[in-house]
Write a protein that binds this ligand. Structure first.
Ligand code: PPE
Length: 304
């Protein structure tokens, strides 16, 4: 069960957690078109701070633009609403979920006048793939489900309906005893995890999937920048499943998953079977940044 907090922001008002309800004929519930975000607020050494708030708000607006939803609020209003939600719940560290959905009105695929509703929830959420996973690495399996084709789903947008694919992939590999699923793109190259981007390291060089069938992850972008600032080469290039098998190191990135090392893929041990030196170094820097200890990237934190 998720850890309930007190209030949820709904269309401009903070309502009690238990009253944050929608009608069963909410359009998005039936057809999956909406947009959402996942953001983390960290308990830094200087108090709570939201990681890359502006970038998440920007992606929310880009997602809405892609799927042709007219945002009923400005970027500034959404940013303020996110901060208000965290503050109202007196949360020092939390996961924040803004969602924009087509509300109740007409049914059928083509609707013109249904309202566009916005809700923002925040709750305390620990490590996504387990504390042990963060520390020792996880076991992943290549899913039998393919990631979206670029002209089936426009994956630059974060749309609820797209996640059917992720949920099926995750369920499949969890049932087989693995921690996370990695999906291949329609051409058979590695795409991403069910809710994370993926990186491999070989001979000191980092490779990550280019922005085709994947979500343009904000953690991915942060890690690319951190690595390049350390003088490590990062290339965005397609790679194959066997490239992943023979990687010296591999890891996943995401707001929820943060930077989670991969220790095994399809029962093949990656590198030494433990998080490697580059992965550990990047993970340590990432955590120093989000906890406000590394001030080189202080622009990424919005203090409350
Ligand atoms: N790919 C997918 C498919 C994805 O869902 C996410 C985020 C990412 C990559 C990484 O993006 P970013 O968070 O900007 O670095 N997945 C969210 C969903 C988690 C959930 O279970 O819900 C997240 O991490 O918030």
């Amino acid at each position: 069960m998720l850890k309930e907090s007190e209030k949820i922001w709904m269309d401009g008002k903070l309502v009690d957690w238990k009253d944050a309800r929608v009608h069963v004929l909410t359009h998005t519930l039936h057809y999956g078109v909406g947009v959402f975000e996942g953001i983390r607020c960290y308990k830094t050494i200087n108090g709570p701070a939201i990681f890359r708030l502006d970038d998440h708000v920007e992606r929310l607006f880009s997602s809405a633009h892609i799927v042709n939803i007219d945002m009923p609020y400005s970027r500034e209003e959404i940013r303020e609403a996110i901060k208000e939600t965290v503050t109202a719940n007196r949360l020092e560290a939390c996961y924040i979920r803004p969602i924009v959905y087509i509300g109740y009105g007409s049914m059928g695929l083509y609707v013109e006048d249904n309202p566009v509703n916005v809700a923002i929830a925040a709750w305390s959420w620990g490590s996504y793939l387990g504390d042990e996973g963060l520390e020792r690495g996880i076991r992943v399996k290549i899913s039998s489900f393919t990631r979206h084709h670029v002209n089936i789903s426009m994956t630059r947008a974060k749309v609820p309906g797209y996640y059917v694919n992720s949920v099926l992939a995750k369920k499949e590999v969890k049932a087989a005893g693995y921690d996370e699923a990695v999906l291949l793109d329609p051409d058979g190259y590695i795409a991403e995890g069910s809710g994370e981007n993926i990186f491999i390291i070989r001979k000191g060089r980092i490779k990550t999937t280019p922005l085709t069938s994947i979500l343009e992850g904000i953690t991915r972008e942060s890690i690319i920048q951190i690595a390049r600032d350390k003088g490590i080469s990062v290339i965005e290039e397609r790679f194959t499943r066997d490239d992943l098998y023979i990687a010296d190191e591999a890891f996943l990135t995401g707001t929820a998953a943060e930077l989670t090392p991969i220790r095994e893929v399809d029962n093949r041990v990656i590198g030494s079977g433990k998080p490697g030196p580059v992965t550990k170094n990047l993970q340590e820097t990432f955590f120093n940044i989000v906890y406000g200890k590394d001030t080189r990237y202080k622009d990424w934190l919005t203090y409350l």
